[in-house]
Every structure is written in C-alpha cells, then in structure tokens.
Design a protein around this ligand. Structure first.
Ligand code: NAP
Length: 333
C-alpha cells in the first residue's frame, strides 16, 4: 500500500466482477492493479476491457504481487474458501462475494485465518452499505418504529432451468438459498440478530439444489422473520421491518434499494429517497478501502461474526431442504 492508495486485485473475472470494477471510479484512495483468472487469456481480456494494468494467468500469481493489498474474490461460492485462506496467508486483505463460503467449516476457517494473520476480511454484502439501508438503520436506532419485532422479505428470479448454469450446478454452490437467500437472511440478522430456531421448507431441482424455499426465523422472545426465495419466478423483492411503533418498507428491490417508506403508528407514510452511487457497489468498496487505510481488520457494519451467523443459518436451511454443500479446494492456486 502506498501512503494514499490501497491496491486491489480482482479474482474471478466473471459477471459480477465486471459490474463491481466499474464502481472503483467512485472510491477515493483505491487503485485496481489487475485481474486474475484461471486462464491468462480471460484475465487479459478483462484487464483490457476495464483498463487495468496487469493480468494474472492463475490465482497464485496475484498473491505474489506486492502492489496488491486486497483481493476482491468473485468466484462461485465453493471457490471462495481456498482462495481466501491462501490470500490471508500471503498477507492480503480480502473482500469475499456473498455467500461467503459454501460451508460453515469453510467460513470458520477463513475467519480464524484472518484473525490469526490480523488481516482485514469482509463479506461483500453490499446491501448493508446502501444509503437507503443506512437511513433505515439510523431511523430504527432513533426509535422511529419502536422495538423491532418482525421482518418480512422475498426475493425471486425467473431463471430458466439449465443444469450447467452456476445457479443450478451443485459443484458451483447452486441453489436459491446461497445465491438469493443470503440477502433476506443477512437483513434479518442485521435487524433482529441471531435467531434461536430456523425452520424451512421448499423444493429441489433435478440437479439436487434448492429452487424455492420459505423460511421462518424465530426468537425465544416471540420475534420472527418470514422469508421467501425462488429461482422459479420473479417476485417483488420487498422487505418490511415492523416495530412496536410502526414499520419501514424497503422498496424493491430491497437488496439495493433507492428508497424506504417510514410509517409511524397513526401517521401518514413518509418516503425517504437515498440513491446509490454508481452501480451501488461503491459503498462497500469505500468501506473496505477506508478500513484498510485505517488499519482495521473488520467492518463494524458487516462484522465476521454476523457473516458466520448467516452462514450457519443458510447451511441449516439447506440441510433441512436436503442440500449439502461442499468447498472446492482444487481451485486454489
Ligand atoms: N453482489 C452481487 O450483486 C452479486 C451478483 C451476482 C453474483 N454475486 C456473487 O459473485 C460470485 C460469482 O458470481 P458470478 O455471477 O459473477 O459468476 P460467474 O459469472 O460464473 O463468474 C465466476 C468466475 O469465477 C471463476 N471461477 C473459478 N472457479 C470456477 C469454477 N469452478 N466454476 C466456474 N467459475 C469459476 C471464473 O473465472 P476464471 O475461470 O476466468 O478464473 C468465473 O468467471 C458468487 O459468489 C455470487 O453469489 C454477487
């Protein structure tokens, strides 16, 4: 790291990496050094397209670049763990796409390694950094809706079934829960904390991954979150946080909203609009860059304990649905 710039490396130049890289123009103090792929050809094509200086034809190569301080890991979920651990051992910080890993053991290993090596690590749960979500968090902290008791959220996409698509392929961590379910589960974790009981039901694809699910997160004191996800049909992507003094609607799609509507008990609804900057990924990139420049090893907004709690819930749900995920450590370098 130079005095004023954090060097970033991109691992896994796929669809999301192509979107996220465009948002670095909104991040002060960050420089994208290059992109790493399992193929030099793909790394070069990505670097050329996005104006990056360097391309690496394997994931190991980027770990040896002293100008790279932090890796943005954008491979499929089972291909996060091994790269994340290798990066931390090489002294790099990491921003790991959601879902953090494919398994609880994988998440525990990454977190333990980050703490042992005192390197920054964060799950790329961009929702928590959206300005509209920040507004909701601030209102709730100010008591605008009283005590939070319930949360509802849905997220559905109409994805044509294709066994080779990452979403349906078990070797790429397919299924609705790890790809979509992480958003409502992380939202519930953020506003209600870790549940005492997780109950799920749903259906599977012919490849054996979950395609639809309904989830009830329950708390011993009576609070609940009701969540629904689907790969079979589009759904609004709405979320509502209900308290003893009113509720907040997070307008679709709740995982990257532009606005929220606050309804205080007995009052007219108030719309609060807080647009995102760029594609909405800039906010998490700013958080990581600022944390690294400040010498912090975790984000207070997306702490590792929350990531682990969410991972436990997701894998619990998957197991109730009959889906057992595995890490793919062959991808490592
Ligand atoms: N935050 C968001 O809004 C958002 C949106 C979409 C996806 N995501 C997350 O981002 C991650 C990647 O999703 P994506 O849609 O970008 O996937 P993708 O288009 O399939 O890209 C993934 C990249 O990972 C690399 N890779 C490494 N091992 C692989 C393997 N065994 N199989 C397939 N690819 C492999 C590939 O690059 P090389 O082979 O060239 O190295 C590939 O280009 C997932 O964890 C997903 O949940 C986040």
């Amino acid at each position: 790291m130079t005095a004023d710039q954090v060097g970033w490396g991109i691992v896994g130049p796929g669809r999301i990496a192509a979107k996220v890289v465009g948002d670095f123009t909104h991040v002060d103090g960050a420089r994208v050094v290059g992109a790493a792929s399992r193929s030099l050809h793909r790394a070069r094509a990505f670097a050329d397209e996005h104006g990056l200086e360097r391309s690496y034809g394997s994931y190991i190569e980027v770990l040896a670049d002293d100008e790279v301080d932090v890796l943005y890991i954008a491979t499929p979920h089972p291909q996060h763990h091994a790269i994340a651990v290798a990066a931390l051992r090489a002294g790099k910080a990491i921003l790991v796409e959601k879902t953090f890993t494919a398994t609880v053991a994988g998440a525990e290993d990454v977190i333990t390694t980050a703490r042992e090596h005192q390197r920054f690590a964060m799950e790329a749960m961009w929702t928590r950094f959206q300005p509209a979500i920040v507004a909701a968090r601030d209102l709730i902290a100010d008591g605008a809706i009283g005590e939070v008791r319930q949360l509802q959220a849905d997220l559905g996409v109409d994805r044509p079934y294709d066994p080779s698509d990452r979403m349906f392929d078990p070797t790429q961590g397919g299924g609705a829960m790890l790809d979509l379910g992480v958003y409502p589960v992380s939202l519930a974790q953020h506003f209600l904390g870790t549940p005492d009981r997780v109950t799920a039901s749903g259906s599977l694809t012919p490849t054996g991954v979950d395609t639809e699910a309904g989830v009830l997160l329950s708390y011993a004191d009576g609070r609940v979150a009701t969540l629904a996800v689907s790969l079979r049909h589009h759904s609004p992507g709405a979320a509502r946080i209900v308290g003893t003094g009113g509720w907040i609607d997070i307008m679709p799609r709740f995982h990257h909203p532009q606005s929220i509507v606050l309804t205080r008990k007995g009052a007219e609804p108030e719309t609060i609009t807080r647009p995102q900057t760029g594609g909405g990924y800039s906010h998490e990139l700013i958080e990581v860059t600022d944390c690294i420049r400040a010498g912090r090893t975790e984000s207070a907004v997306m702490p590792l304990d929350d990531t682990l709690a969410v991972q436990r819930i997701l894998n619990d749900i998957c197991e109730q649905l009959g889906v057992v995920h595995r890490e793919d450590d062959t991808v490592a370098v």
